[in-house]
Write a protein that binds this ligand. Structure first.
Ligand code: 3AM
Length: 178
């Protein structure tokens, strides 16, 4: 199965984030709010026995609960083209600590280290040829966005099935924070 570790977001936050979606960006494929998540670590395709090892490793983590504030919007680009629009997470050492512990646990399970710097975000839309000017105005218009803080009391191992339209993400296991 194809796996990733992420924060599942409470509906109050999803609703708030979804207020950013919708208008003004031709070429944006908006992520449905039920698919919003904050990825902590993409794992990829894993056979069942390795998924079990990963589950055991994640279950052994002891990390403290914290509160998460999403704020600001930004974009990722690849080869000079903007590919994703996201809302960022405010700097938070506990979030970084959790991500770090997950990374270490997964490397102990034999996963290759994640080379990319952790940039906590929730993807709002995937972008195909959105006119750059429109994107710049969108980001400027929403850059002061800030959601109320929400408590983070668990993280989740998700499986992902890539569909023709939106992917289907299924929470497989939740791991409580202390
Ligand atoms: O959290 P976001 O939306 O940024 O793009 C995928 C999504 O990211 C990313 O993992 C998250 C959950 O599916 N993803 C998909 N394939 C990936 C890969 N090969 C990947 N991240 C890194 N490497």
């Amino acid at each position: 199965m194809r796996l990733f570790v992420a924060l599942d977001l409470p509906w109050e936050l999803r609703d708030r984030l979804s207020s950013l979606a919708g208008a003004g960006l031709p070429g944006a494929r908006w992520v449905p709010p039920e698919n919003y998540h904050l990825t902590l670590r993409f794992i990829g395709e894993m056979p069942g026995h390795r998924a079990e090892d990963i589950d055991i490793a994640l279950a052994s983590l002891r990390t403290r609960a914290f509160s998460l504030t999403m704020s600001g919007v930004g974009t990722f680009a690849k080869g000079g083209r903007s590919t994703a629009l996201w809302v960022g997470a405010e700097r938070n050492p506990r979030l970084g600590h959790l991500q770090n512990k997950i990374e270490t646990a997964l490397q102990r399970c034999g996963l290759e280290p994640e080379r990319r710097r952790f940039q906590p975000h929730v993807t709002l839309a995937r972008l195909d040829n959105v006119p750059e000017g429109k994107l710049v105005s969108y980001v400027q218009a929403h850059n002061l966005f800030r959601a109320d803080p929400v408590p983070v009391e668990h993280f989740t191992l998700f499986s992902s099935k890539l569909g023709k339209d939106a992917a289907v993400y299924t929470p497989e296991v939740e791991y409580g924070l202390t």
